[in-house]
Design a protein around this ligand. Structure first.
Ligand code: DQA
Length: 168
């Protein structure tokens, strides 16, 4: 089964009591349980982790790079200034979906820039806890074979896609 790392950065362990008007009432444990359930539905093994420590987060990204694992990442405040995290993510070997509970574009000016976005496959922001679930669906769409579609290179493969149509 395809493993996906679902990583959350600093202060996200405080969800539930942290600014609920901004981040909602769900705890990180609630979000972990939702991700596990969506993972079971999609056929993804969800490895859910949180840290307040930039070095630990960078180490987990290295693990994903080496294991060719997709990442769903809420970098929290690191989003806005951690070039160390961005440099680690730039080495990615599988899709990276950046997620945010809130929509940083509607908030303080310092949240408008993401140093992660430029190396991500895409970003899901503003849907509360649902952002994580939508990101997992994106990973499934990008990483899991579509039921009924031929395996590339198999004798039953259909017409070739036009040149340049490959998905990275
Ligand atoms: C956040 C948005 C960030 O700006 C903030 O620093 C966070 C949470 C979000 O999920 O909305 O800690 O990443």
């Amino acid at each position: 089964m395809q493993t996906v790392l679902v990583l959350s950065g600093p202060n996200l362990s405080r969800l539930g009591s942290r600014e609920p008007d901004v981040y909602g009432g769900a705890t990180l444990a609630d979000i972990a349980a939702q991700c596990a359930a969506v993972g079971r539905e999609l056929g993804l093994k969800v490895d859910f982790r949180q840290t307040d420590d930039e070095a630990e987060l960078v180490g987990w990204v290295h693990e994903a790079v080496d294991g060719r694992l997709p990442i769903v990442l809420n970098p929290a405040a690191f989003t806005h200034y951690s070039y160390a995290l961005r440099d680690a993510l730039a080495m990615r070997t599988a899709p990276l979906i950046e997620v945010h509970l809130s929509n940083p574009a509607t908030r303080e000016a310092f949240r408008h820039n993401s140093v992660v976005a430029g190396v991500a496959t895409g970003t899901v922001a503003g849907f509360g806890a649902l952002s994580y679930q939508l990101a997992l669906r994106a990973v499934a769409a990008l990483c899991l074979p579509t039921p009924g579609s031929p395996t590339p290179g198999s004798p039953t493969q259909g017409p070739q896609a036009p040149a340049g149509a490959e998905r990275s």
